[in-house]
Design a binder for this molecule. Structure first.
Ligand code: GDP
Ligand code: IMO
Ligand code: MG
Length: 428
């Protein structure tokens, strides 16, 4: 089975890192195609815990070639910090390949991200402050810097000058900050050139050749469907396409190459940052999910907002991404509840709505229509087959499956690599 895309179905942090890691040994390439170091993937291997931001989770599996494709925005300083961190723990990072067309996040993108958020006041998005939005804005505005520019100092200098011409006006006159010098940016970037040279290549061609040889490629999405700049809760989104279509434009691999689309979905819902969230809880149950699920951001440490499972969102993710398989994570977190509510539809202005409303205003004041399912009290972390789950847990999973538009092929029962119940092969 040559090419699969793995994405998040909700607002991120569904456990994509763990799901990628699960497939690890069967993969030849793992490709990050969108986002940057706004992502935070925690992977637990035995007693070791890894937090990855910019690198695809496949880097933890020996033999896998990790790829940062053209759709990613790369903060080079963070790239090397992360590589060095892994190397010092004995992980072989020498196979990493980076697209010559990937865009760069520089000091001025990070600064602009922070000052524009401050300026938005109550309309803040709650970004990760990593410069993601400004770097993608420059890409679309055609004033971005690409990896390949690093290898031509004249071009690099010209491009930085062009970008800073605009940015310094903004920084000084609007945001009351100091101007950033061309030299400081160029010198910073040039410092990495020799180490980058062997990694930077035409990753579209590399992946094409791998697929021609019949090798297995996993495209690992950062963020998630509801954070997608086109299909998410705009403007409370990230600035890239986190849905499966992003794997195509973000890597230079054609859509008819993709065989499987795996969506990772939590057994409840979380969200970091601002924006609508119909099933959000503000009571002790929200607290329960937050504490029991350790729902604190891997990247910023922020407390994640929590709520019940939202079936219209899963159905929406299934449709927009063409999901073939769901990986349902964190089922163990629900253990101990008497009853588990699930949103099966919304009510908007007194009307029942079965699908995610296209109007943001409607979505902002959609209230969930809940159906309740009986909970279970038994510890499920040791279950390795569906039959070993308590009857009520099985019924909960089957009910979600019926409402969510695609089959559930694996169930997470704990953070560890082996804490999983497999129902179907994700790659076949
Ligand atoms: P990602 O951004 O989608 O890769 O997800 P994060 O790593 O940010 O957040 C998911 C968290 O849930 C991580 O701390 C994982 O170790 C943990 N996790 C993943 N699957 C499970 C599971 O089935 N049960 C439990 N209890 N934790 C899980
Ligand atoms: P992973 O890959 C959860 C959210 C931020 C903010 C919005 C925009 O770990 O699932 P940005 O810095 O991207 O401009 O912020 O998107 N966000 C995430 N939330 N998980 C993520 O990644 C996220 N990446 C960005 O909190 O609301
Ligand atoms: Mg995360």
């Amino acid at each position: 089975m040559p090419a699969a895309v793995l994405i998040g179905a909700q607002w991120g942090d569904e456990g994509k890192g763990k799901a990628t890691d699960l497939l690890g040994s069967r993969l030849d390439y793992v490709v990050k195609f969108n986002g940057g170091n706004n992502a935070g993937h925690t992977v637990v291997v035995g007693d070791e815990k890894y937090a990855l931001h910019l690198l695809p989770s496949g880097i933890l599996t020996p033999g896998v070639v990790p790829v940062i494709a053209n759709g990613v925005v790369v903060d080079i300083e963070v790239l090397f910090e992360e590589l060095e961190g892994l190397e010092s723990r004995g992980v072989d990072v020498s196979k990493l390949r980076v697209s010559a067309n990937a865009h760069l996040i520089t000091q001025y993108h990070r600064t602009l991200d922070k000052v524009t958020e401050r300026f938005l006041g109550s309309r803040q998005i709650g970004t990760t402050g990593r410069g993601i939005g400004p770097a993608y804005a420059d890409k679309i505005n055609r004033v971005g810097l690409r990896m390949q520019d690093l290898f031509d100092e004249n071009i690099l200098r010209q491009k930085v000058e062009g970008a800073l011409d605009q940015k310094n006006h903004l920084l000084v006159k609007v945001y009351n900050r100091r101007a950033i010098g061309v030299d400081e940016v160029v010198d910073d970037l040039l410092g990495y050139v020799e180490r980058l040279r062997p990694m930077v290549t035409d990753t579209s061609l590399l992946l094409h050749q791998a697929l021609e040889r019949g090798e297995t490629v996993l495209f690992e999405g950062g963020q998630a469907t509801m954070l997608d700049v086109d299909h998410g809760t705009y403007p409370f989104v990230t600035s890239s396409n986190a849905t499966s279509g992003g794997a195509v434009t973000g890597s230079g691999i054609a859509p008819n190459r993709i065989d499987r689309v795996i969506a990772v979905v939590k057994a409840y819902t979380t969200r970091v940052g601002a924006g609508p969230f119909p099933t959000e809880l503000f009571d002790e149950w929200g607290e329960f999910l937050s504490e029991k699920g350790h729902e604190f951001g891997t990247t910023t440490g922020r407390r994640r907002r929590t709520g019940w499972y939202d079936a219209p969102i899963a159905r929406y993710a299934s449709r927009v991404n063409g999901v073939t398989d769901f990986v349902l994570t964190k089922l163990d977190v629900l253990t101990g509840l008497e009853r588990i509510p699930v949103a099966v539809a919304y009510e908007v202005d007194g009307q029942r709505v079965d699908e995610v409303p296209v109007s943001q205003s409607d979505f902002h004041h959609a209230t969930p229509v809940y159906e309740e399912f009986p909970g279970w009290q038994e510890d499920i972390s040791g279950a390795r087959s569906f039959e070993e789950l308590p009857a009520n847990a099985q019924a909960y999973v089957r009910a979600l499956e019926a409402m969510s538009g695609s089959r559930i092929s694996a169930i997470g029962v704990g953070p560890g690599r082996e804490e999983i119940v497999q129902l179907h092969d994700l790659l076949d």
